[in-house]
Design a protein around this ligand. Structure first.
Ligand code: 5GP
Ligand code: MN
Ligand code: MN
Length: 334
């Protein structure tokens, strides 16, 4: 990673320079947390003209509405058209930035912070560490190299990012370095119980009922995933409407599906348009779901990936079944 170039890009900002921070569409905890934590760090560094944004409707999912730094958020329409520096978070490619991708072509340089192995290197300076558990790991290191001390606001944002992308320190990427980072964040006095309850354990009752219905139609196909089990379900826009729920509540659905012991691969197909679906996939090890996602126009990590599907939910699952055999890792551990 080109730390020196990244530090130089920030130190080289003109006096009163304008910085635009962008995270990926449908932002998750890592996207918002790394972006807002880094933005608060830049503010500590004396950068005053700061905007944070993401493509699409400027709606922050309810679980993230208590995060520090949200005052820096602007809608895509209000985002600076000609910032002196662009910083992108948790996006593997420019396509994840929607209409904001045009900011990559100048006049200011674009700095990319990410941890996707499939990152296309779309920035002028790319800090991409596929071994990092979250983009916030990269963000914390860059703040340290800039000499920005952690405060509780920065730490809370980075902690939200770290816990969401590690599944609350359960996934394989949870290295000793991750726990050491968590220790540095907690040492600022942030309250992990409060944060986790807000992020993971606060759901409207309507969402609980909606989950019941959607989980009730889950299907288990014992051999579909290249000889391993596949479990999947789908949720329609009508399901959301009947239970009066916002789409973000479905983000947690994959966690209730992937616990199926008989399945190595799990999948949730979420309707986003008449014939358009956002697909979430998870693997326990035998299958590289990022290969499935990339084959179908998306991306992600080996054990967590996604793409946009077309047609009916059954069409989408058929397309997954078709490419699953080619995504078998082998011995399931490498
Ligand atoms: P999730 O299922 O939590 O939405 O996403 C899991 C992983 O897949 C994330 O790392 C995310 O970056 C990636 N991902 C999800 N949807 C898409 C997509 O439509 N396109 C790409 N390129 N990556 C996606
Ligand atoms: Mn993300
Ligand atoms: Mn991430």
């Amino acid at each position: 990673a080109d730390w020196a170039a990244a530090v130089a890009a920030i130190r080289g900002l003109p006096a009163d320079g304008r910085v635009l921070l962008i995270c990926h569409v449908n932002p998750d905890g890592d996207a918002l947390g790394s972006m807002l934590g880094f933005a608060l760090g830049l503010r500590r560094l004396g950068v005053r003209r700061l905007q944070a944004t993401f493509p699409g409707p400027p709606e922050v999912p309810e679980p993230f509405r208590g995060m520090p730094g949200l005052d820096l958020l602007v809608s895509e329409a209000d985002a600076d058209p000609e910032p002196d520096l662009v910083v992108c978070f948790d996006a593997a490619g420019a396509s994840r930035l929607g209409g904001l991708a045009d900011r990559l072509t100048g006049p200011g340089p674009a700095l990319v912070l990410d941890h996707h192995a499939s990152n296309t290197g779309f920035g002028d300076v790319n800090l991409v560490d596929p071994a990092a558990a979250a983009t916030s790991v990269v963000a914390e290191e860059l703040l340290a190299r800039l000499g920005v001390p952690l405060d509780a606001g920065i730490a809370e944002c980075l902690y939200v990012a770290l816990t969401t992308d590690t599944g609350s320190f359960r996934f394989e990427a949870t290295t000793p370095a991750v726990h050491l980072m968590a220790a540095r964040l907690l040492a600022t006095g942030i309250r992990p119980g409060d944060i986790s309850r807000r992020i993971f354990d606060s759901r409207p009752f309507g969402a609980v009922r909606l989950f019941g219905e959607v989980l009730g139609r889950a299907r288990l196909e014992p051999a579909a995933a290249a000889g391993h089990g596949l479990v999947w379900t789908y949720a329609t826009q009508d399901d959301l409407a009947r239970h009066e729920q916002r789409p973000y509540v479905l983000e947690a659905l994959i966690d209730s599906v992937r616990c199926t012991a008989e399945a190595d691969v799990s999948c949730v197909v979420k309707q986003t348009g008449a014939a358009e679906w956002a697909v979430s996939m998870r693997s326990k090890g035998a299958v590289d779901v990022s290969r499935v996602a990339v084959a179908l126009g998306g991306g992600g990590h080996r054990f967590a990936a996604g793409f946009t599907g077309r047609g009916t939910a059954e069409d989408v699952v058929n397309s997954i079944r078709a490419v699953l055999p080619g995504a078998l890792i082998g011995d399931g551990t490498s």
